[in-house]
Design a protein around this ligand. Structure first.
Ligand SMILES: Nc1ncnc2c1ncn2[C@@H]1O[C@H](COP(=O)(O)OP(=O)(O)OP(=O)(O)O)[C@@H](O)[C@H]1O
Ligand SMILES: [Mg+2]
Length: 230
């Protein structure tokens, strides 16, 4: 479903990704760990099509199509979803309006109220401005609500667990697990092995030095927790 070959990317002339390879099949969950500043969010943003990043070499194929050749909204329509490490606040647009517009743009239908309920998000939240004044954990839950609504083929979750309390983490993990099928795939960026107790990855990768430096199974996350990256 996703094939990343020798990907290099830079921002403001500073190289961040440096020949990164990664391939993911349908039904798989991959976790990416790695030190701060290693380029994990950069990878996510390059895949989503963030305009600030300049791809200088490599290829990315998603569902057999050349992802790097597509506009961000085409990537979303093809089934790519990314949850941000730092979700944006937008004044003057309610959560519900944003979700409705996004669903329409994607040509999808979903019950916003019902999906919110499943994630234990109160209906009052839907009528507040998008992410405005939301606590850190509330923003993260709101990102997962988007994932539940859009039902992407590939979801990239960038540190969705950071800042979640224990109950919220369980709810989020339950929500994410409920969305897993043999047809879709999940790329989870996280610093903590704890999340991976709830959402079992098939593969764990370490991103360091601008590439995937190491790959293993769930045991790699446990090993890293004990030994660190050094
Ligand atoms: N506009 C910019 N100008 C210069 N450097 C930048 C810019 N944006 C990002 N970087 C650098 O790119 C590097 C990779 O950042 P990135 O956010 O991808 O790291 P990360 O692996 O997600 O880290 P974390 O675990 O802290 O979230 C960092 O050193 C960061 O300072
Ligand atoms: Mg990051």
């Amino acid at each position: 479903m996703l094939e990343i070959k020798n990907l290099c990317a830079e921002i403001d002339g500073k190289p961040i990704l440096n020949g990164l390879n990664l391939s993911m099949a349908r039904g798989e969950v991959h976790a990416i760990m790695g030190p701060n500043g290693a380029g994990k969010s950069t990878l996510a943003k390059v895949l989503a099509g963030h305009p600030a990043y300049n791809v200088t070499c490599g290829e990315v194929w998603f569902k057999g199509q050349d992802l790097l050749d597509m506009e961000p909204e085409e990537r979303a329509r093809l089934g790519l979803f990314m949850s941000f490490q730092y979700p944006l606040e937008i004044a003057g647009v309610t959560n519900r309006q944003f979700f409705e517009a996004a669903l329409q743009a994607l040509g999808k239908e979903a019950s916003i109220t019902q999906e919110a309920e499943a994630l234990e998000i109160s209906p009052a939240f839907l009528d507040r401005n998008l992410n405005e004044g939301f606590s850190g954990g509330e923003k993260k839950k709101n990102e997962i609500l988007q994932m539940a609504l859009f039902k992407p083929d590939l979801a990239i979750l960038d540190e969705t667990d950071s800042g979640l309390d224990i109950d919220a983490m369980r709810i989020v993990a339950k929500g994410v697990n409920a969305l897993r099928t043999s047809d879709n795939a999940l790329l989870i960026i996280t610093h903590y092995q704890r999340l991976l107790d709830y959402i079992k990855p098939d593969f764990v990768h370490v991103l360091a030095g601008g590439k995937i430096e190491k790959t293993g199974g769930p045991e790699l996350a446990l090993w890293l927790e004990e030994k660190g990256y050094a």
